[in-house]
Design a protein around this ligand. Sequence first.
Ligand SMILES: [Mg+2]
Length: 361
Amino acid sequence: MKILDIRTGFLSIPMKKPFKTALRTVDKIENIVVVIKTDTDSVGYGDAAPTAVITGDTVQSIQGAISHIRQHLIGQEIQNLELVCQIIRTAIVGNTSAKAALDMAVYDLWGKLHHAPLFRLLGGFRNELITDYTISIDTPEKMAAESLEMVGKGFSILKTKVGGNIQTDIQRLKAIRNAVGPDIKIRVDANQGWRPKEAVYALQQLQVEGVHLELMEQPVNRKDFIGMQFICKHSHTPVFADESAFSPEDVQQLIQMKAADGINIKLMKCGGIHEALKITALIETAGLKGMVGSMMEGPIGVTAITHLAMAKSVISSFDLDAPLFLKENPFSGGIRYTDSKVQLTDLPGLGVYNIEAHLQY
Ligand SMILES: [Mg+2]
């Protein structure tokens, strides 16, 4: 199966309501979709989510990087997966979102070449999983009300966005715990919004007040590995790195410094499934916990990381709710939800189809 052509299209989907974190507010997704044509009937699909304040990647930079890497991929054989992934990784520095889109389209084709769903080829550890649901940052009252509403809709794990004033954040988490009761898992994501001593104070304060948290994601600035190390050392709540952990090299450094108890793996940060597999091997060896998540992105990218999540035992926390925020999913196949339960189809590759008619060129 030889790569003959690589095209990109544009996908824009409005969201049901704006999504707010300590870093940004989004009201629609705008993704670049990669379409790889081959000398067979099989077509590979991937997508990239521009998140300038997280990855540094914009619509224009993603398109530019894809057209640069494209020339090195035309004519390559999908059966030489390792070589094709090496070309994507080394053709340009950085640009992880563009690389992720190309990488997942290549893995889609690799699954189609072997007539198997990707998650089975990568390990096939589980057939279904439970995703959390993310509560946007807002007033304590509004966050508590939305948390209660989502528990009523069948979600037993909430991911709550904080990262503002530390006292208000403590009030937010107390209000949510009071509203949903003791049996719902609450994970917290400050998106770099706290300082190390504030984080230790907040986590201790919440523990004293009986507000149990499952895990704390990226409390401090992404570059502050020493701050992450300090919080790991001084709090009982497991600390997960998200924005601090882009590449396998970042993860290796976090492991060496004991600066994280877990890693949130996202394809847009590491550059695709090939690099994500290296991260899963590192954290499994080091005894860290694995989580998967996504940017606010479309169904192709979230389907791709879900294949990894289904394949690997080391991944035990799942933040795969992005498509639930979209007004519609124009594509067929791929990730599907029954309340908080997530499943994939048994189609080969990523299993997403009916795509090209919905793209703008
Ligand atoms: Mg995060």
